[in-house]
Design a protein around this ligand. Structure first.
Ligand code: 4AD
Ligand code: MG
Length: 431
């Protein structure tokens, strides 16, 4: 008998097959046992009828517990009433292990408990859906850049210098020297953009964020394109096409999971089509002052500010030209107003906050040296970066999209902790 995966069960209607998996749930009416079996690719209802199986099989089945591992063989039937549309009429069943009392039961558990059992929680339908969509989203992200001639160039995790400010650096000992876990691949992408023109990096990044928020992880994944000879407008256009494509492809492939398992409002995602609104920081500040959020001009937006701003938009929107003082050292000044920078954030609607940060980079050597001094950054560690301005400097721009923030938005999750298989939070390093 063929061993098949539940995802493919539709091709085996009318045949006998074997499944290998785990007992997700079971109920019994005395004469019939309904086993929900999951195998990682799907869930199927398996029916054991007392009248049509040997007595010992019925006894075996009665020993099963939630998450017991089994091999089950039977006849595949199409049945519209069955969850998933198919069911298995059981003929044989072999127990691999009768699982101990499973800690996660269908009753409600608190978040700390579930997070402590993250290694098991991932088996549940909702978590399974989120992580499956994450995997698809990663592919759609790669496809977007790969199909446009971007080269995927990996960047290091141990770095000698800060990219996004020194307050969130993770310091480690590197054979007697100081090293930091990377906050962003950007500085390296600027080097590889000079070698390959259009590049992207996609990997884990680290921020020692000392605040507990629903948008911050300590370890998160970022995709960062960098484009030689691009300016701020060019990368806003790129970001708009990028976000549209990844949202629409995710919606196309995972509509069922989004709608049925995650109860996502699909119509909100359907609206993600270009053009995205573009407002300046100054305009955003005016809106916030009018709405009385307590925002003060010159500051960065807080979570509440972002949520209030988003009330005016039903699709992602850009905020550009933030004051240089609140942005990273490498931001190109706005030629029209030197207090401002050619920076941009993309904010998701519905209160999901910033999903992209980026901008145009300073390409003038003297100005960059000045900024490194003003930010009290150690010049020696940045010599290699300054070389990019010494040997054929070039205007360039890029951005970073946080994978978990984007996924939280697409899946409609209020907190980023469920968007990554094993979240690292300020108070959580385990499991
Ligand atoms: O705005 P950020 O800090 O920008 C950069 O790191 C640039 N160097 C990127 C570039 O231009 N190449 O971070 C970019 C994005 C944010 O918009 C957000 O989506 C995500 O990374 N992000 C986080 N996601 C989860 N947890 C955190 N602590 C995050 N910090 C940033
Ligand atoms: Mg940012």
């Amino acid at each position: 008998m063929d061993v098949v995966e539940i995802e493919q069960i539709g091709s085996y209607v009318g045949q006998d097959v074997t499944l290998k998996g785990w007992v997700y749930n079971m109920r019994s009416s005395g004469k019939i046992v309904f086993l929900l079996v999951r195998d990682g690719t799907g869930i199927i209802q398996c029916i054991v009828e007392k009248s049509s199986v040997p007595g010992e099989l019925f006894e075996t089945v009665s020993r099963l517990t939630q998450e017991s591992s089994i091999e089950v063989s039977g006849f595949v039937r199409a049945d519209k009433r069955a969850p998933g549309g198919y069911e298995l009429g059981v003929k044989e069943l072999r127990i691999i292990q009768v699982a101990e009392d499973y800690p996660i039961t269908p009753k409600e558990h608190g978040m700390p408990f579930l997070m402590d059992h993250r290694h098991l929680w991932l088996r549940s339908t909702r978590q399974h859906a989120i992580i499956k969509i994450r995997s698809g989203l990663v592919k759609f992200i790669r496809d977007f850049f790969d199909s446009r001639g971007f080269l995927c160039v990996d960047t290091p995790i141990f770095t000698p210098n800060a990219c996004e400010g020194t307050t969130t650096l993770f310091e480690t000992d590197y054979f007697g020297d100081k090293a930091y876990l990377t906050q962003s691949g950007q500085l390296y992408n600027e080097a590889t953009a000079a070698a390959f023109r259009k590049v992207y990096s996609f990997g884990p990044t680290f921020r020692a964020e000392k605040s507990k928020t629903r948008r911050h992880l300590i370890e998160f994944w970022m995709v960062e394109p960098e484009v030689a000879f691009a300016d701020l407008d060019d990368i806003m256009k790129l970001a708009e096409e990028f976000v549209t494509e990844i949202v629409q492809r995710t919606l196309e492939k995972y509509r069922g999971l989004l709608e049925e398992v995650l109860q996502r409002d699909i119509s909100a995602l359907e609206k993600v089509q270009p053009p995205f609104p573009r407002i300046s920081y100054d305009e955003a500040a005016k809106i916030l002052e009018e709405k009385g959020t307590g925002f003060e001009y010159g500051n960065d937006f807080g979570g509440t500010d972002e949520t209030v701003l988003a009330e005016g938009f039903d699709k992602p929107f850009f905020v550009h030209r933030f004051p240089s003082a609140i942005k990273a050292f490498y931001m190109e000044p706005d030629p029209e107003d030197s207090r401002l920078s050619l920076s941009v954030d993309l904010l998701a609607p519905e209160g999901y906050g910033e999903i992209i940060g980026g901008g145009q980079r300073i390409h003038d050597l003297a100005l960059l040296e000045k900024r490194i001094r003003e930010n009290n950054l150690p010049k020696k560690a940045f010599e290699w970066y300054l070389d990019l301005r010494r040997y054929g400097t070039f205007p360039h721009a890029g951005f970073g999209l946080g994978l978990e923030r984007a996924l939280a938005y697409i899946c409609g999750l209020k907190h980023v902790r469920e968007t990554i298989p094993f979240p690292r939070l300020i108070n959580r390093l385990s499991p």
